[in-house]
Design a binder for this molecule. Structure first.
Ligand SMILES: [Fe+2]
Ligand SMILES: [Fe+2]
Length: 336
């Protein structure tokens, strides 16, 4: 038993090794150079200047018009981004990923550090925006972040890099959709600047999504059976949301509360989940993969039928309309 597991793990590491060249050849476009990267300060008032103080007043005025549902979605998305230490440590636990010194020059280590450094701007920007907006109880939000990082997060991938890259292919697209929809709602409420903030983050998520999907594409060329089976396994397990263990010290079902509001506001819905599954099946051309093992063929069939099934389920899903008190907005009650 253990020798077959070892063989399997070894081959996964070998597959990963063989796509390292592809990652190396593309890393400079999959990650942006720091010299041209945006920074949170580019989107926020410079409080060193009188002009910045005036911009702060305008930012606060615009934020007053934002619906509470949008603020809750934004806070939930920000908290998810702020649990970045959890995601970086998860990456470094995956088979084949090793950054023993913390400054290792192998391409996977550079990828993880570069990705983390880009992602770190997302939580910073949203958190600083929310602080300046005057719309949230920052202490309640910060308590939630501390709980979330303290509680940890089990993605369900274990240390399997196949499951890891499928998970991130899915999750980066999910966050992209969520930031994009939040930006749309902000523009609708008259806040074009908040839309620009969401668009900047969204563009990063899009690039990351494409990177992970490209890695899987390359792995499919080498080990189609293994990748298809991993995709099936990940989907049967259901994609765990990275902030599902958030807690503010009060609401025992805080993640559920947040996701119900996000669903009702149209920021991230069950239909989006179905759309992402369908997109990945198309993107990796699963329908036309041939020469698969019997087991992988069954997985292929299962995966190709999954998106329409989820779509149907999402249409049947009844929206709830129960009162929820959010500590993030001083205990105000929303209905979702
Ligand atoms: Fe992000
Ligand atoms: Fe991301």
């Amino acid at each position: 038993m253990s020798s077959s597991i070892n063989r399997e793990l070894l081959s996964r590491t070998e597959v990963l090794k063989s796509i390292e060249k592809d990652i190396e050849n593309n890393i400079d476009t999959l990650l942006n150079p720091i010299s041209t990267s945006w920074q949170p300060a580019d989107f926020l008032p410079d409080l060193q200047t009188d002009e910045g103080i005036e911009q702060l007043h305008q930012l606060r005025q615009r934020a007053q018009a934002l619906p509470d549902e949008l603020i809750i979605s934004l806070v939930g998305d920000m908290i998810t981004e702020e649990a970045l230490p959890t995601y970086m440590s998860w990456f470094n636990r995956l088979e084949g990923f090793h950054d023993p010194t913390g400054t290792s020059s192998n391409v996977l280590s550079r990828w993880v550090r570069g990705w983390t450094a880009e992602e770190n701007r997302h939580g910073d920007l949203l958190s600083q925006y929310l602080l300046l907006s005057g719309r949230v109880d920052m202490k309640a939000v910060q308590i939630t972040i501390q709980h979330l990082i303290n509680n940890g997060f089990d993605s369900g991938t274990g240390t399997d890099p196949y499951l890891g890259f499928i998970y991130t292919s899915f999750q980066e697209r999910a966050t992209k959709i969520s930031h994009r929809n939040t930006g749309r709602l902000a523009a609708k409420a008259g806040d074009k600047q908040l839309q620009r903030i969401c668009a900047a983050i969204c563009a990063d998520e899009k690039r990351h999504e494409e990177a992970y999907q490209f890695f899987i594409e390359k792995m499919l060329q080498i080990d189609p059976n293994g990748v298809v089976l991993a995709f099936e396994k990940m989907m049967r397990h259901q994609i765990a949301m990275p902030s599902q263990s958030m807690f503010d010290g009060k609401d025992q079902n805080l993640y559920d509360s947040f996701s119900r509001v996000a669903q009702k506001a149209g920021v991230y819905t069950a239909n989006d989940y179905a759309e992402i599954v369908g997109y990945l099946v198309e993107k990796w051309n699963l329908k036309n993969l041939s020469g698969l093992s019997n087991e992988a063929e069954k997985a292929q069939e299962f995966l190709c039928k999954l998106a329409p099934r989820y779509k149907k389920l999402s249409q049947r899903r009844k929206l709830t309309n129960d009162p929820i008190d959010f500590s993030w907005i001083n205990g105000k009650t929303l209905y979702a």
